[in-house]
Design a protein around this ligand. Structure first.
Ligand SMILES: [Zn+2]
Length: 348
């Protein structure tokens, strides 16, 4: 018997007085993308939760945003869930942003709402459920992770405009404008999103405008380039090269891959450089000012709550990645030896 899988996009109105933040804490969540699944067994539902967090990690890696998956501590799980897995992103200010959650609901809701299925023997069995979702926060994560002092930096795959063509004109140069239009057609026909900026402003002002919008690749075409059958390609992330006109599409696609990999690797290195194993809570208190602290924990709720109280920030949970979530140490509260490592960070 296969599981029941339901996907929906919903609006949610947050009824609370806590102050709001654009894209991060909205009064009205306009597109919460959520899944609800129903399974025959607890293990099957657990597999679905794992699959969900991996789908989210894959989704965020396509935004070039590295993530950490953690099992939230029991006191911080979704009310009514057996457990909650969460996907977190490190923001440039050192705080983490929860950008996705997946909850194993066990048969807790099935008991309350009498949700049963008939098994092969004709028995009525309580169903096992999960639910998971992401919201507009993915856009906040994207903007904050990649943006720089010149504005947005969009990963090529999701950039609304992927290529901007700037004619370099000396007077009214019909030949250059025709070449720009031909190049744009070629790029468009390959399925990419391209615009020509032939507005009546200086090239420098145009560069500035399209950099602000985060367009990954800028193509400049002037009379000198045409003479050489080439164009100038400039990456939003830095770097300028001359490429032959008839190789423009493969060159752009190759450059897109480089830009994506550069963005992901830069963000991933920054993330990992800001995760530090701490040996006591003083060190944790100091480190969470700029990043994510790893600290041993015995697994007892009383110790966990006391750690949160002392540090003044929450425990994200035990990371799924064992290179982060395992290690030898002692609980900073009770001193008991443990191999569990939890993450602590300031959060949005
Ligand atoms: Zn302890």
């Amino acid at each position: 018997m296969g599981p029941l899988l339901i996907y929906q996009i919903v609006n949610t109105f947050r009824y609370e007085t806590k102050h709001t933040r654009p894209l991060i804490r909205l009064r009205e969540i306009t597109s919460f993308k959520e899944a609800h699944t129903v399974h025959a067994t607890w293990d099957e539902a657990a597999d679905q939760v794992k699959k969900a967090t991996h789908i989210y990690q894959e989704f965020y890696s396509r935004l070039a945003v590295p993530t950490i998956v953690s099992k939230r501590p029991d006191w911080d799980k979704f009310p009514g869930a057996d457990y909650t897995m969460a996907v977190d992103v490190l923001m440039p200010d050192g705080k983490t942003l929860q950008v996705g959650t997946a909850h194993h609901l066990g048969d807790n809701f099935a008991k309350t709402f009498d949700i049963k299925y008939e098994d092969a023997q004709g028995e009525q069995i309580l169903a096992q459920q999960t639910c998971y979702g992401v919201s507009e926060r993915c856009i906040a994560a994207l903007i904050s992770t990649h943006g720089d002092n010149n504005g947005l930096v969009m990963p090529p795959e999701v950039a609304p405009t992927q290529v901007v063509i700037i004619p370099i004109l000396f007077g009214s140069d019909k030949e250059v404008l025709t070449a720009c239009s031909n190049v744009a057609d070629t790029i468009k026909q390959s399925g990419l999103r391209v615009v020509i900026d032939d507005s009546d402003t200086r090239p420098g002002a145009k560069y500035f405008k399209w950099e602000l919008k985060g367009v990954p690749v800028r193509i400049e075409i002037g009379p000198r380039d045409l003479k050489n059958n080439s164009v100038v390609m400039v990456k939003r992330t830095g770097g300028k090269t001359s490429i032959p006109i008839d190789e423009i599409v493969p060159q752009i696609n190759k450059t897109f891959k480089e830009i994506h990999d550069d963005l992901f690797n830069t963000a991933d290195q920054l993330l990992h450089s800001r995760i530090r194993l701490c040996s006591d809570l003083d060190e944790v208190m100091d480190h969470v000012k700029s990043g994510i602290a790893r600290i041993p924990w015995c697994g007892e709720q009383t110790c966990g709550l006391e750690m949160e109280e002392i540090v003044g920030t929450g425990i994200l949970g035990t990371p799924e990645d064992h290179t982060l979530g395992k290690g030898d140490g002692a609980c900073p509260i009770c001193g008991k030896p443990t191999d569990i490592i939890v993450l602590m960070a300031r959060t949005y």
